[in-house]
Ligand binder design. Structure first.
Ligand SMILES: NC(=O)c1ccc[n+]([C@@H]2O[C@H](COP(=O)([O-])OP(=O)(O)OC[C@H]3O[C@@H](n4cnc5c(N)ncnc54)[C@H](O)[C@@H]3O)[C@@H](O)[C@H]2O)c1
Length: 432
């Protein structure tokens, strides 16, 4: 009879103290349930035993949402310390933490992340990681020097539908992607209320297209070759300003066999609020031998409740991303892939710190850095696409529409070409 092998187990109880920079919408949606459940249950893995996760300190602009949360949460969360601007991240780091999650507005990720890594703490950064390759290089370098993890939250890679797509591609069942589209439409409430404080000069492409840029990059591989982008204005800001209502991004890719692909990613944050779902998300990819269609709102549920749908309860709901449930055991839970992705990061950090002898920590760190789905070192093409899109939209707002960004052009790694100008604008010199 075959002998069953039992993995080595440890009953040691370890602890990781977490810091949270940014206490806004995404904190409430995913980090809050993650920290509350982790406080109750800890994390268990045969490789490191039991690890307690404690939210030890938070940083935000004013501290008001942190105070409200603490009062409402009672014993569901540790008695965390709260720091407000100015210098909230530095104060949080001085309070004693082992890893830090950064969920501030997109264009404020870099400063906090730099401080976190510089202090030698593991970093989990909300998407989009950073807005330029120069910033990405600096963070990646710092993470290597300080010997810590630097990871980005890409929950869509944990969506079972996207995992199935990638499995078919990985296993060669779906052959060579030729083209495709992705669309993600957010309600007006996002641009009009939720993000009102920081929306000036921003666009929905960087904020949400990045989910699909990563999905495409991670699922199909290949080399990014070009970026183009158009957009519309006039609802969130003036029709000739720098704040965008909607964007249409196109990415070109080339594969090792010389074949090419193109992907269109359409995003908006001005969809009417009485929309039947939370967000409208749809993808279609066309392969040599097949077509993949998926729609986040059409996974099978459609529900009407008088006086509730589509406002306080959505007509079509995504119960896979993040749902509140009464479990069959009677327990109330909030779970889904949006929360699972955070737990996975905590497991990676716990494995690095406690998954064996201290002398083997560098090997464990390398092993965890090897995950291309979330490591900052595997972000180059994603950040190149974001930086290219931002530069194209900035040129458009300055009266120079229809620019194209070339990747690994003779003039540089990321190069903006303006119609009618013979002079390339080098956005990033080294190869991408
Ligand atoms: N994974 C996802 O699907 C998802 C969804 C929504 C948002 N996000 C990302 O999360 C990040 C935050 O988005 P949000 O929706 O929570 O925004 P939000 O506007 O609701 O909250 C932003 C938070 O950052 C804090 N903040 C602002 N400036 C700060 C500073 N200088 N130092 C410390 N704290 C500061 C604010 O006080 C607030 O608590 C963005 O990068 C966004 O792209 C991801």
């Amino acid at each position: 009879m075959e002998q069953a092998t039992t993995p080595p187990r440890s009953l040691a109880v370890h602890r990781l103290r977490a810091g949270m920079v940014g206490m806004g919408m995404i904190f409430d949606e995913t980090y809050r349930p993650f920290f509350e459940t982790a406080r109750q249950r800890g994390l268990y893995d045969p490789r490191f035993g039991l690890c307690d996760i404690e939210l030890a300190a938070v940083a935000s602009k004013t501290g008001s949402r942190a105070a409200a949360y603490k009062a409402a949460a009672g014993g569901r969360i540790a008695d965390f310390r709260s720091f407000a601007e100015p210098d909230s991240t530095a104060q949080l780091l001085a309070a004693g933490v082992d890893f830090v999650c950064v969920a501030t507005p997109d264009d404020r990720h870099y400063e906090s992340s730099r401080a976190v890594l510089d202090a030698g703490k593991h970093l989990l950064l909300e998407k989009p990681s950073v807005l330029s390759l120069a910033e990405l290089d600096a963070l990646d370098q710092l993470a290597r020097e300080r010997q810590v993890l630097a990871k980005v939250v890409y929950h869509k890679l944990f969506d079972p539908d996207h995992k199935k797509l990638r499995t078919f591609v990985h296993d060669g069942l779906l052959k060579h992607v030729n083209n495709g589209y992705c669309s993600l439409l957010e309600p007006k409430q996002i641009s009009g209320a939720q993000f009102a404080e920081w929306i000036v000069g921003r666009n929905p492409g960087t904020y949400v297209a990045v989910h699909y840029i990563k999905l495409i990059d991670f699922t199909f591989g290949g080399r990014l070759t070009s970026v183009t982008c158009s957009g519309q204005r006039g609802l969130v800001g003036p029709a000739d300003g720098s704040t965008w209502d909607s964007t249409q991004l196109r990415l070109g890719y080339r594969y090792d066999d010389g074949r090419e692909a193109a992907f269109d990613i359409h995003t908006s944050w001005v969809t009417p609020d009485n929309f039947p779902g939370y967000v409208e998300q749809e993808v279609q990819f066309r392969f040599d031998n097949g077509v993949w269609n998926s729609h986040s709102r059409k996974r099978g549920v459609e529900c009407t409740i008088e006086g509730h749908t589509p406002f306080t309860v959505k007509t079509t709901m995504n119960n896979h991303y993040n749902g509140r449930f009464v479990e069959p055991t009677g327990e109330r839970a909030q779970r889904g892939y949006g929360i699972e992705v955070l737990e996975q990061f905590a497991r990676e950090a716990a494995y690095v710190e406690f998954g064996g002898a201290a002398v083997d920590r560098p090997r464990r760190l390398d092993e965890m850095r090897g995950f291309a789905y979330n490591d900052l070192g595997a972000e180059r093409q994603v950040v190149a696409a974001v930086q290219g899109m931002e530069a194209i939209l900035a040129a458009h707002a300055a009266g120079r529409p229809n620019c194209v960004v070339h990747v690994n052009h003779p003039a540089g790694g990321l190069v903006l070409l303006e119609p009618g100008s013979a002079q390339p604008v080098v956005l990033y010199g080294p190869s991408v």
